[in-house]
Design a protein. Structure first.
Length: 459
């Protein structure tokens, strides 16, 4: 039976109250910045000379593939972003001589016609003579620098792919154990459909995928073990989603950040659906908006903190460079376009949509949705008679489904120029649609809710 709005007080929905929630969010922001700063300084303490063998082997592989290598034919959706991979390895190869300063400035070799050439020619170059790339935290270096002591690029790619496969399988198995086998299948299929192999081989895309998977595992754990569903626990979930936004800003190289929010939030809504009836749907949508806002605050504060700390530590105006990068990537003019061709924000949306759902794919998605709708229509009366759950929970899930397109609209420049990898943000959309189908097909089960635990407001 769905919970009504009158049965949950404001303090229950937001934990110990608005002021308490804001205090926890402020503490979480500060903790993220402090931990992030310490981790990146420690990463720059890793010596770079022992990496040189693996770096040179990685350069050989990148040179053989080229900056944009398609694994299958000329399909852009199967294209590896070796340009950014080379830039990441370039960052990893430098900065050991002064960890505190260079953790904030992020030096990289800049001589050479291509990113791969710059990486190759810069190995072993003194840090003090190199240009810097200080607008990002480059948090991926916390993992990449130690890995390069032991592995080359090919080995890191395989390690990433195996780790990702294990995590996707783990999510599917945990869902199946809760009687949500259809949702587990929907989750796995959604990730496979957006070329998880390319995602793991293009190291720049891997960070957001791993964060989305970790976020999903946290949702599974908290909803099952602690009963913390969306309804009645929005206040508690604000901190995890703020931390997720901060981690996205920290580890991501501005690739597909919206996936970390969308995938985790979609799973939270889906696993809360038994509590979301007609009377609660408006508050559920507001909860989705509130958690999304917390994610955005974490993302923005973490990013801006890098500029402020770097400016204080180095004396260079990193703040101005960071602000300029924001305006550049959110502009509606394509960067380095032929004759500076003007693009609309809608162009960025449609270009990504067409890559994510090509012509051959659209009939399959339409057939899946239509088949589910027909099944629901034919069984609705029987389902109501047996106490089947409400379908109002789909509304907040469909709100999450449009998040990627809102991101493409906002970051039009970046999303248009790099559509060959930003289109993967639509894994959120596909997952939401697939979860709607999975939930509708399990609705008519006599009202049974396998593995359900009561929701609460524990802290």
């Amino acid at each position: 039976m769905a919970v009504t709005t009158s049965s949950i007080s404001l303090n229950q929905r937001f934990g110990s109250g608005l002021l308490g929630t804001m205090a926890r969010l402020a503490i979480a922001c500060l903790a993220c910045v402090v931990v992030g700063f310490l981790l990146i300084v420690l990463a720059y303490c890793v010596p770079t000379s022992p990496m040189e063998k693996n770096l040179k082997e990685s350069v050989e592989q990148l040179s053989a593939e080229g900056e944009y290598h398609a694994l299958i034919g000329s399909d852009s959706t199967w294209t590896l972003d070796n340009y950014t991979v080379a830039a990441m390895l370039n960052q990893a190869a430098h900065g050991h001589s002064d960890p505190l300063r260079y953790a904030m400035l992020n030096p990289h070799a800049g001589e050479g016609e291509t990113q791969i050439d710059q990486l190759s020619l810069g190995i072993g170059e003194p840090d003090g003579k190199l240009p810097v790339y200080s607008q990002y935290w480059h948090g991926y270096l916390v993992f990449l620098k130690p890995l390069l002591l032991l592995l080359n690029l090919e080995q890191i790619r395989m390690f990433s792919l195996m780790t990702c496969s294990v995590l996707v399988l783990l999510v599917a198995v945990l869902l199946a154990r809760r009687g949500e086998a259809a949702a587990g299948m929907a989750f796995g299929v959604s990730f496979v459909a957006f070329n998880v192999v390319v995602t793991m081989f293009s190291l720049s895309l891997a960070a957001c995928t791993f964060l989305a998977l970790v976020g999903t595992l946290v949702v599974l754990w908290q909803t099952e073990k602690r009963g913390r569903t969306l309804w009645g626990n929005v206040g508690w979930w604000t901190v995890p989603f703020l931390v997720l936004g901060a981690a996205t800003s920290y580890f991501d190289f501005l690739c597909t950040p919206i996936t970390t929010l969308g995938v985790s939030l979609a799973m939270l809504v889906y696993l809360s659906r038994h509590d979301l009836g007609k009377d609660a749907v408006v508050h559920a949508v507001l909860g989705v908006v509130a958690l999304s806002a917390c994610w955005a605050v974490g993302y923005a504060v973490m990013w801006a903190s890098k500029w402020v700390i770097a400016t204080m530590v180095t004396g260079q105006d990193v703040i101005a460079a960071g602000v300029a990068k924001i305006f550049e990537r959110s502009a509606s003019r394509e960067f380095e376009a032929v004759d500076s061709a003007q693009i609309s924000r809608w162009d960025a949306v449609t270009k990504n949509f067409d890559l994510g759902f090509p012509k051959w794919c659209k009939p399959f998605v339409a057939l899946m949705v239509a088949g589910t709708a027909i099944y629901v229509a034919r069984n609705a009366k029987r389902g109501e008679g047996q106490g089947g759950m409400s379908l109002w929970w789909m509304l907040p899930l469909l709100v999450v489904a449009v998040f990627p397109y809102a991101w493409y609209f906002f970051a039009a420049n970046h999303s248009y120029q790099h559509a060959f990898f930003t289109y993967r943000g639509q894994v959120v959309t596909l997952l939401c649609v697939a979860l709607c189908c999975a939930g509708a097909l399990t609705r008519f089960n006599g009202g049974a809710v396998p593995g359900r635990v009561p929701h609460g407001d524990e802290h």
